[in-house]
Ligand binder design. Structure first.
Ligand code: FPP
Length: 232
């Protein structure tokens, strides 16, 4: 009998790792792994939002360190991001708010204007949110938050002040983070928001991650005993 899923995360994050290795294993170029990874992303987002009704999904698609990759790979990834954040996004996810996390100053003008346009068109979608990390760094997010606070002349901060200056202002923190491909690192992903998240590291490469494995991951989340520092 199928085990019941009763406790679901409100906010789930994915570090979508292993696209290059997935391609290599099949004798394909890395770009094929990224393309397959973008298809997996759509599948998993739909499952999270529409099957499980998880309201917030955060994705680490490109870190501020990823610029060190070969130009050809970066160009290909940027073209995927351009396609993903275009009107296609609104067609595929008409009720999802697109919230870009990351330094847009390094985006191409096309990617930047498109992200701004799609973010603006979807900004009143309150039911579901996709936080999409492109040129994202968790440490940089905190540096930017502190600088904005200083600029406002605020002399003393508490957690709420910091939270309200992050890309995820107004959102609950991460409950659960899945990093595919077996790597067990956070790699600068949402350092503030991850404080109490449960972590899960399946060995599967991201393009092979599927509905069944998502369900398994959610069962793992459900099985964890979250104490938030208390004795329970
Ligand atoms: C890390 O794994 C993944 C990336 C740097 C890129 C992830 C982006 C995509 C899959 C494109 C889809 C996303 C959107 C938003 C359209 P890796 O590919 O470096 O894998 P490896 O460690 O096996 O080489």
């Amino acid at each position: 009998m199928k085990q019941e899923l009763k406790t679901l995360p409100n906010h789930i994050g994915f570090i979508i790792d292993g696209n290059g290795r997935w391609a290599k294993k099949r004798g394909l170029p890395r770009s094929a792994g990224h393309k397959a990874g973008s298809e997996t992303l759509s599948l998993i987002l739909k499952e999270c939002f529409y099957t499980y009704n998880i309201p917030i999904v955060s994705i680490y698609a490109f870190s501020s360190e990823n610029w060190k990759r070969p130009k050809q790979e970066i160009d290909y990834l940027m073209s995927l991001f351009e396609k993903y954040t275009s009107d296609d996004f609104i067609k595929e996810f008409p009720d999802v708010k697109l919230n870009i996390m990351g330094d847009e100053s390094k985006f191409s003008s096309k990617l930047a204007s498109q992200c701004q346009k799609t973010a603006s068109i979807t900004k009143n979608n309150y039911k579901y949110i996709l936080n999409l990390g492109i040129n994202y760094s968790g440490q940089e997010e905190l540096v930017n938050a502190f600088n904005s606070i200083i600029k406002k002349g605020i002399k003393s901060v508490d957690r709420e002040t910091i939270k309200s200056h992050l890309y995820t202002s107004g959102q609950p923190e991460l409950d659960f983070v899945v990093r595919t491909s077996g790597e067990q690192r956070l790699s600068n992903f949402m350092l503030w928001q991850i404080a109490y998240a449960e972590l899960y590291f399946p060995k599967t490469y991201w393009p092979s991650f599927n509905k069944k494995q998502l369900r398994e991951a959610l069962l793992v989340f459900q099985s964890r005993n979250r104490r938030f520092g208390e004795v329970k």
